[in-house]
Design a protein around this ligand. Structure first.
Ligand code: NAD
Length: 244
């Protein structure tokens, strides 16, 4: 049997991070080496030191579901330990995306606004539909709980990329964000043509679906050479020539 995948989780006390820790702890494929959150990485106790530093250098994969400051920490940790990095945090600015690009020359990096299998398939379908329905009006409607920090969602932006990959255009004002209640995540891409409307929709019914995808991707990332990978690759979907 192969040794367990040694994980660090950044944002470990959050909605996503807590479920990642819970599911990974009960999965023999994984061993959680470090569970980091804001308190454990406060400015006065920044990088792991002494015994924790030694343990951190034994990491295989870092999983980050936090916020941009947590992602910055995860980048530092990946850089100093050479562990692979999976970033699920959304709302990253250009500087952080650039840092992730630079990191990908040193270690395996996968940035995914959405780690669900269904959304990975949706992106492919959206690219195909956009290519097959030239001239149709396209809208994206996304809904999330009212505590979500970024709008539009990273998934909505990825769906906009999927539309462009199909050769169609989408204006930023045609990406509509609704923030209400406890909605986990819902995305509709609507194609409206003369006399007919096509809607492609994904609904998340619980957060564990993202966790399953993230853990599957983490297992896939272990031992990969340096590079920037996509969630579609990690989930075993074939990339279409039009984009992933
Ligand atoms: P959350 O607010 O419940 O959790 C975020 C956690 O990160 C908190 O515990 C917070 O204390 C911690 N944190 C903040 N700054 C930190 C730092 N500097 N260092 C370490 N920890 C820090 O949020 P959530 O709902 O768990 O979502 C987290 C992120 O994941 C968001 O960006 C969200 O959009 C994204 N998300 C992605 C997917 C996906 O499939 N990729 C799915 C759901 C959520």
């Amino acid at each position: 049997m192969t040794s367990p995948i040694r994980l660090a989780v950044v944002g470990a006390q959050g909605r996503m991070g807590a479920r990642i820790c819970a599911l990974a702890s009960s999965d023999p494929r994984f061993a959680i080496i470090a569970a980091l959150d804001r308190d454990s990485v406060a400015p006065k106790t920044p990088a792991p030191q002494g015994e924790s530093a030694q343990r951190a250098s034994e990491l295989d994969v870092i999983i980050d579901f936090s916020n941009p400051s947590g992602t910055a920490l995860a980048i530092d940790l990946a850089s100093s330990t050479s562990a692979a990095l999976l970033v699920g945090t959304t709302g990253l600015d250009a500087a952080l995306r650039e840092r992730l690009g630079a990191l990908a020359t040193k270690v395996a990096v996968l940035q995914a606004a959405n780690t669900s299998l269904g959304v990975a398939v949706l992106r492919h379908l959206v690219t195909r539909a956009a290519a097959m329905l030239p001239g149709w009006e396209i809208d994206i409607v996304e809904q999330h709980h009212s505590r979500k920090l970024d709008a539009p969602s990273g998934t909505a932006l990825a769906l906009a990329d999927a539309i462009r990959a199909g050769g169609a255009a989408i204006d930023p004002e045609r990406i509509h964000a609704v923030r209400a209640g406890d909605i986990i995540g819902e995305h509709v891409v609507q194609f409206a043509g003369p006399g007919e409307t096509l809607r492609l929709e994904h609904v998340a019914v619980n957060r564990d679906l993202f966790v399953h995808g993230a853990l599957r991707a983490a297992a896939w990332l272990r031992g990969r050479p340096a590079g920037a990978y996509t969630i579609a690759e990690a989930l075993g979907l074939h990339e279409s020539p039009a984009g992933g």
